[in-house]
Design a protein around this ligand. Structure first.
Ligand code: SF4
Length: 174
């Protein structure tokens, strides 16, 4: 039994129960779980090629009507949202990139892509449950930024993604 297993399979469900009456508390617990998971994942060494970047669909600009869930490469790269930059990062590093509209689609993508490691970008709620679901796969979770509130026109710090890619592909950043 690893510490990561204990945190994700025992501590996480307990904290979700303990935080069920307070949204704020629940989100704090989810942040805690994501941070500790990321720290534990970063304690290992990896040199993997098959990395999946999984994106929450709210990163796509709300006015953009292009359907990305089946193929993110449908993006016309107008630059109004970070999907364009994320495609560039995935292409430069030969990674798989998918947009998921929810937990069940994310699970299906993971089952089909069979990655060795995952970099996931979403809100704390989706990230923490996704990280627990996909254990023992190593996942680095990066919370999106929500300048317009939840689920709309969210953004992400691209440097954090590049850092996670470097970490999984050759561990050069740690
Ligand atoms: S970069 Fe432009 S075309 Fe691509 S998803 Fe964003 S808004 Fe749509």
């Amino acid at each position: 039994m690893s510490l990561r297993w204990f945190i994700l399979k025992i501590v996480y469900p307990f904290l979700m129960l303990a935080g069920s009456l307070s949204k704020r508390k629940k989100e704090l617990f989810q942040k805690f779980i994501i941070n500790i998971n990321n720290k534990l994942v970063r304690k290992q060494r990896y040199n993997v090629k098959n990395i999946l970047i999984l994106l929450s669909h709210c990163l796509q600009r709300d006015k953009c009507k292009i359907r990305l869930t089946h193929n993110v490469y449908n993006c016309e790269k107008c630059g109004k949202c970070e999907i364009r930059d994320l495609i560039q990062i995935a292409d430069e590093n030969h990674l798989s990139l998918f947009v998921a509209t929810g937990g069940s689609l994310a699970r299906r993508i993971v089952n089909e892509a069979k990655p060795e490691a995952i970099i996931a970008i979403a809100c704390e709620n989706e990230l923490s449950s996704g990280i627990a679901d996909t254990y023992p796969l190593p996942v680095i979770g990066i919370a999106n930024e929500r300048p317009y509130g939840p689920c709309i026109n969210t953004t992400v710090d691209l440097e954090k993604i590049k850092d996670a890619v470097n970490f999984f592909s050759n561990n050069s950043s740690h």
